[in-house]
Design a protein around this ligand. Structure first.
Ligand SMILES: NC(=O)c1ccc[n+]([C@@H]2O[C@H](COP(=O)([O-])OP(=O)(O)OC[C@H]3O[C@@H](n4cnc5c(N)ncnc54)[C@H](O)[C@@H]3O)[C@@H](O)[C@H]2O)c1
Length: 256
């Protein structure tokens, strides 16, 4: 049986990834601070063997306990999806250092802790795939997101380092870099009035937001050694062309 650990599985991209991996036959460890009840029901409907692990993943004790429980229940792990993350929008000159540190703790230190402890199991097995959910904000600067952008740039750096360090022992590490995705995170960010749907759709060549499913399918591809077995250390944009489009706005819009 293949086993996948997914963080931030209660909603959004993590929840949809759980459904897609359940359909691909994985047993699932669902980690989140919130209840994963809805995701658990959805994956069990797809006949997945699944268990919820509740806690703050930036706490190393929570991660170590999850590793012990996964080992006891399934004996190993094939896939780690580091998906949980938090957004923080503020001009850099007004950013409080404790907020900056919290974003780094959740978006960068926690994925490192999960990779370290679940990766140790993978290294013993000499097989495994780690998929980190970064962002196009890990490839370019987006104003008012100093901590978020720094955390996602760091996560891509971590991905490349793990790929270099562990690839020779059968463990791959890759990242997906979504553009804007219609999830609760987007709803919460838009509720602060910082951008609108039109700002985003106007900037993307394909003229729409990503869906959680778009991102989940890319994660499932990078997770599966039969589909992506020689892909290691890559950061795959899932952004409808945002990161390659240097057109000015009127030129882009003239192509719609
Ligand atoms: N939504 C977007 O537009 C977008 C774009 C690019 C990248 N991403 C990234 O995709 C990932 C998922 O985003 P989403 O939109 O589904 O977010 P979301 O806010 O809808 O869901 C995130 C989940 O992570 C959980 N979580 C947050 N902090 C946690 C912690 N410390 N411990 C355990 N669980 C925690 C939350 O409870 C929540 O269930 C994030 O890493 C995010 O940065 C999102």
């Amino acid at each position: 049986m293949k086993v996948a650990v997914i963080t931030g599985a209660a909603q959004g991209i993590g929840s949809r990834t759980a459904e897609v991996l359940a359909e691909a036959g994985y047993a699932l460890a669902l980690m989140d601070m919130r209840s994963c009840e809805a995701t658990l029901a959805a994956v069990q409907q797809r006949e997945a063997d699944a268990k919820e692990f509740r806690g703050d993943i930036s706490d190393e004790g929570v991660v170590i306990r999850a590793v012990a429980a996964v080992t006891k229940r399934w004996g190993g792990v094939d896939v780690l999806v580091n998906n949980a993350g938090i957004s923080f929008i503020a001009p850099a000159e007004h950013m409080q250092v404790e907020d900056f540190r919290r974003v780094l703790e959740v978006n960068l230190v926690a994925p490192f802790l999960l990779a370290k402890h679940f990766g140790a199991m993978m290294l013993k097995q000499r097989a495994g795939s780690i998929v980190n959910v970064a962002s196009i904000a890990g490839m370019m600067g987006v104003s008012d997101r100093s901590a978020y952008n720094a955390s996602k740039h760091g996560l891509i750096g971590l991905t490349r380092t793990l790929a270099a360090e562990w690839g020779g022992r059968g463990v791959r590490a890759n990242a997906v870099c979504p553009g804007w995705v219609k999830t609760e995170m987007d709803a919460a960010d838009q509720a602060r009035g910082t951008y609108s749907d039109a700002d985003i759709t106007g900037r993307i060549p394909m003229g729409r937001f990503a869906s959680a499913d778009d991102v989940a399918r890319a994660i499932a591809f990078l997770a599966d050694p039969a589909l992506s077995g020689f892909i290691n250390g890559q950061a795959l944009p899932v952004d409808g062309g945002w990161s390659v489009d240097a057109s000015w706005e009127s030129l882009r819009m003239s192509k719609r």
